[in-house]
Design a protein. Structure first.
Length: 321
């Protein structure tokens, strides 16, 4: 995961006009689509009409017998509100988002019912260690350090995005493009490290460093963007893309891997090492990629650009250093 601090729901920054146009029967649905144009928008009601899959016997047979007998797949997810990854619907109790949708498709393919539990970030790994969870679908990035304790089956790219005020012609492809600019970032994250490294690289090249700013809340970043106190915000691509589409006040001016220039970051289904489940997860993910349901889920949440062509088991991860 690119950040360990709670990301507030991007809906808090949606203009009042968008919220007022929602349906009145509990099926509230935003009126700004993932392309930033007027349209059906993101369905944030508890009635999700999820894209569902069917059991594939050959893949289901790869699941350990004890879990097949149990009939449920116990999955952990972060309780943070991080649209469109995992957050609460308009009833404030139903968990929705791309992670829940993809995990449900995997469970369908394995012929298992899903038992979700939302916990704090650190308790996701405690749950894996104690075998409370069979897997975690929660924007977990593959790292070399984590591979020592966990097995991974990738299902999405881990990308970051620079978000700036709408209408700018500024584009960011590398360190020189942020020289002398004021950019905000969350402390203690991969993106902070990348931005600090870029700033140092600029100074070594005789360019101005980056003026890095930190705020306590996500809504503060967006207010700072609109007031011109910062030029851009560097954060996880999924949340940036969702905010761009739902609020309509900003745009993405550059993207990069969560691993920077070192490695393409990848998000994966995470399971306890040696649990016997990683092959089944990878096979299920490959199946939903091939049958098209995977692409439909990513498109539904505006994340088509983060698609992978196939699931990889324990690929190269972000370096320990």
């Amino acid at each position: 995961m690119t950040t360990r601090r709670t990301l507030l729901a991007a809906l808090a920054a949606v203009p009042a006009t968008a919220l007022l146009s929602a349906c009145g029967d509990g099926d509230a649905q935003q009126t700004v689509g993932a392309d930033g144009k007027k349209g059906a928008g993101f369905n944030v009601s508890p009635r999700q009409h999820r894209i569902r899959g069917k059991k594939v016997d050959a893949i289901a047979a790869e699941v350990p017998e004890a879990i097949r007998r149990r009939g449920t797949l116990r999955l952990g997810g972060s309780a943070d509100a991080s649209p469109p990854l995992g957050f609460y619907a308009t009833d404030d109790k139903t968990r929705i988002g791309v992670e829940i949708d993809l995990a449900t498709l995997v469970a369908d393919t394995l012929g298992l019912k899903v038992a979700f539990e939302a916990v704090s970030w650190e308790n996701l790994f405690v749950g894996l260690d104690s075998s409370k969870f069979d897997a975690v679908f929660s924007n977990v990035t593959v790292t070399e350090e984590r591979k020592e304790k966990y097995d991974f089956a990738t299902y999405r790219l881990d990308n970051l995005a620079f978000e700036a005020k709408k209408g700018t012609s500024w584009r960011i492809k590398g360190p020189k493009d942020v020289a002398g600019k004021t950019v905000s970032v969350s402390s203690g994250t991969n993106q902070e490290k990348i931005l600090v490294d870029w700033s140092k690289e600029n100074e070594k090249a005789g360019r101005k460093p980056v003026d890095i700013k930190y705020f306590q809340k996500d809504t503060d970043y967006y207010l700072a963007l609109q007031s011109g106190r910062i030029d851009a915000y560097l954060g996880p691509h999924p949340t940036a893309a969702y905010h761009v589409a739902s609020a309509g006040q900003t745009e993405i001016v550059g993207t990069l891997s969560g691993g920077g220039d070192l490695v393409q970051g990848k998000i994966a289904a995470t399971t306890k090492k040696g649990s016997g489940l990683v092959d089944a997860y990878a096979a299920a993910i490959d199946h939903i990629i091939q049958d098209g349901s995977y692409a439909r889920v990513l498109k539904r949440w505006g994340l088509a650009s983060e698609a992978v062509k196939k699931s990889e088991i324990n690929p190269r991860g972000l370096p320990t250093s």
